[in-house]
Design a protein around this ligand. Structure first.
Ligand code: ADP
Length: 603
């Protein structure tokens, strides 16, 4: 690439064994006006000329002094000036150096004017990576000094020149590194500014390298494997207009040596370069595409794959000017760094999009499930209540005399009807909690009263299994702030579970206490217990640990889910400690009523 930060070879091909400047990077545009530049102090005349017409880029004082009478306007063609002043010899050496790229050392040439004195010149061509001569560094001397003086002079000149070039190179490298860092930081911010895929792709299409004239082609590999040319971006508005014509016709095709087809064939994240060839000539394009690509001077290209791990998401192709040289290693590094950021931004945006889509789908599936459960349980409860009502009617003898055996059967029907009603109520509550539709009526009340009410409800069950409540300690002074109905429901659930999962003859203990701003109610049984790996999951909906104990009265695995959800919704919690074989302790935690917060009761 040509341009102020080129990295190429000064002194071209040097067949001379003298201490000539070997490779000097970053010196295409020698700025002799800069303080680092010591060309002025070198005891020889120096100038820099560029291109086939030897356009003058720089000339030091000694050079101007020597060339008195020659028009040395910077930016003007030195070739014309030399020709008009009879310096054809010098021009011929310059042309040769330009053509061959080889250093011309100590060439004897005629000076200007009729009584021309003999001059000597040394020309260092500057050759780029593609072998083209970019510019010439010209040194002129008048006298014909001795070989020793000449060698010394040349060594001094070259050393000073080299130092100046190196200083300049270091400064330029530091500048370039700073510019690259700035570009990476800015582009990184731009790329990560949004998690929306469309906005991220738009940010990717705005990427460019530092060189002016470089333009960018963005290809995307769709999740289905389809290759898509997303954008062709040139910063120059006129060239962008020309390239716009390619939007509908310049598609990536298998076999293309750049872009996504090349990235697929390459299968690694390393850049793919087409250094010294013009991009349009290396792919099988139609005539119109070739014409447009030529008209924008499409030159060397650099394709960097957009990859996450071994997943290829797309490819960025940077295209240089046809007149420019190859992309430098720093260009490739910068392009790779940009590609990594672009790939990450695109991947994040896609994952974010997918997660939103999944959440929306899950939410709507959940809503449908809750709505179904809600409707079904509601519809089931009405006939179940009717069954209960008619059983009571018959049992009370209102439909005629009932035999003892019929009373027993009616009892069984009633017990089954109650069990079914409990299951359906659980389902309805769960659906309401899940849909956020369960309402709470908060009040301050005595916890003990709810415990007594709950115990009354489960007492027949406990009696049936000959279970003993060996320890019942609950201070009537503990006032909680919650929904009394819901608290009763939780207590009944904990007590029925304790009864259900404790073998006949076992023991229960129930204790209340206060701690900090909470009331604690603990239900402990000597039942089968729960293994530690199941402890967390028993609060999940529909989870039941297999045991032979629950029997006919087994629920559907919603009791604890509902109880903990309700406890949490009231500002409390429900926790469990258990040892398999030793029993379990469930602790219901509820907020104390304001006036009782300070009171302390220990378990
Ligand atoms: P279910 O209606 O099936 O009892 P729960 O949500 O109330 O549903 O309980 C979930 C599971 O937790 C039960 O199936 C049982 O395996 C376990 N479990 C609950 N309480 C106890 C307990 N006191 N002792 C042992 N296991 C229990």
């Amino acid at each position: 690439m040509t341009g102020s930060d080129d990295r190429s070879e000064l002194a071209g091909r040097d067949n001379d064994s003298s201490p000539g400047p070997a490779r000097v990077a970053g010196a295409a545009d020698l700025d002799i006006a800069s303080s680092a530049w010591e060309l002025e102090r070198i005891p020889a005349a120096f100038a820099v000329a560029r291109g086939p017409a030897h356009t003058l880029v720089r000339a030091n004082g000694a050079f101007r002094q020597l060339m008195r009478g020659v028009d040395l306007a910077v930016g003007g063609p030195l070739a014309d000036a030399l020709r008009s002043r009879g310096l054809g010899d010098l021009l011929a050496v310059l042309d040769r150096a330009m053509r061959t790229g080889a250093v011309e050392r100590d060439c004897r040439i005629d000076g200007p004017g009729p009584a021309a004195e003999r001059w000597r010149c040394t020309i260092w061509p500057q050759v780029d990576d593609c072998g083209s001569t970019v510019q010439l560094l010209i040194e002129l001397r008048t006298a014909a000094p001795s070989e020793t003086t000449l060698a010394l002079q040349r060594e001094v000149a070259e050393r000073m020149l080299l130092r100046a070039l190196r200083d300049r190179d270091v400064a330029e490298s530091a500048d370039a590194a700073r510019s690259r860092e700035r570009l990476l930081a800015t582009e990184g911010r731009r790329l990560s500014a949004s998690l929306d895929e469309g906005t991220t792709l738009q940010a990717i299409t705005g990427l460019s390298l530092l060189q002016s004239g470089t333009w960018c082609v963005v290809d995307i590999l769709e999740p289905g494997g389809e290759m898509r040319r997303l954008a062709i971006m040139h910063r120059h508005p006129t060239k962008q207009l020309l390239l716009r014509k390619l939007h509908d016709r310049w598609h990536p095709r298998p076999g293309d040596p750049f872009g996504i087809p090349a990235a697929i064939a390459n299968a690694t994240a390393t850049p793919i370069r087409g250094d010294c060839i013009a991009a349009p000539t290396v792919a099988d394009h139609d005539a119109e595409t070739l014409r447009v690509l030529r008209s924008v001077d499409a030159g060397p290209f650099l394709t960097v794959p957009l990859m996450i791990g071994d997943r290829l998401l797309g490819a960025l192709t940077f295209v240089g000017d046809a007149a420019g040289g190859a992309f430098r290693p720093e260009d490739a590094e910068l392009a790779e760094a940009l590609a990594i950021r672009a790939a990450m931004a695109l991947d994040n945006a896609r994952l974010h999009g997918e997660s939103i889509e999944l959440r929306v789908r899950a939410d709507s599936a959940n809503q449908a499930k809750s709505a179904f459960l809600g409707t079904m349980s509601h519809e089931l409860r009405t006939p179940l209540n009717a069954i209960g009502g008619y059983v009571d009617l018959i049992d009370m003898g209102l439909r005629g005399p009932v035999t003892d055996a019929q009373h027993i059967d009616l009892g069984r029907i009633r017990s089954n009807q109650r069990h079914l009603t409990t299951l359906v109520t659980d389902l309805l509550n769960f659906a309401r909690i899940d849909g956020g539709r369960l309402s709470y009526h908060f009040a301050d009340f005595v916890l003990q009263a709810r415990l007594v009410a709950g115990l009354e409800m489960v007492e027949p069950l406990a009696r049936e299994k000959a279970l003993v409540v060996e320890d019942l300690a609950c201070d009537a002074g503990i006032l909680v702030h919650a929904d009394p109905e819901k608290v009763t429901q939780i207590i009944v659930n904990l007590l029925s579970n304790a009864i259900k999962f404790t073998p006949a003859g076992g023991r229960l203990s129930i204790r209340c206490a206060t701690a900090e701003r909470a009331a604690l109610l603990r239900v402990t049984d000597t039942g089968i217990g729960i293994s530690s790996d199941k402890l967390a999951s028993i609060f999940e909906p529909f989870v039941q640990v297999r045991s032979g104990l629950a029997g006919r009265d087994s629920g559907v695995g919603l009791g604890l889910t509902i109880s903990r959800d309700m406890a949490r919704a009231m500002g409390g919690d429900l926790t469990v400690e258990s040892e398999p074989g030793d029993g379990s302790t469930f602790t219901l935690n509820l907020p104390l009523a304001r006036q009782r917060e300070a009171a302390g009761h220990s378990l």
